[in-house]
Design a protein around this ligand. Sequence first.
Ligand code: SME
Length: 156
Amino acid sequence: MAEDLSIFKGSKQEQYESLIPQIEGLLLGETNLVANLANISAALKEQFNWWWVGFYWVHENELVLAPFQGPVACTRIKKGRGVCGGAWEHGKTLIVEDVEKFPGHIACSSASKSEIVVPVIKDGQIVGVLDVDSELLAHFDETDQLYLEKIVGLIP
Ligand code: SME
């Protein structure tokens, strides 16, 4: 497997379409969870250069910080707390256009303005979430939701 990512310039949809087969290649034959979450975070960061992208993983009834790319972040989030805990509690993707208007948003960084959190579901259980933060308002939409849900579905 070549470890170089080919970065595509084009529409957001085209960028995801170019990235997904490459993520499939990165995951191929690798079953280690940390390795796979680390490479997915890195691939998304390289392609989109978002402020923060990474995972929180369910451990003893909390979300615990897992592989990510970006500035240091809070390590533990309880169910129902913040955007991540909300996506976990409700079992669905949350798109927040302005984090200051989201009650209970956990500000790991004051630079973060908008956010999308996608649950990772295995055998009907939420095992973690993918969290993406942007320093731009309203950066994420249904296209991101569609493709990020596809990407977390690739995690073996
Ligand atoms: N803002 C998130 C917390 C995690 S950091 O953004 C990396 C939240 O409200 O759940």
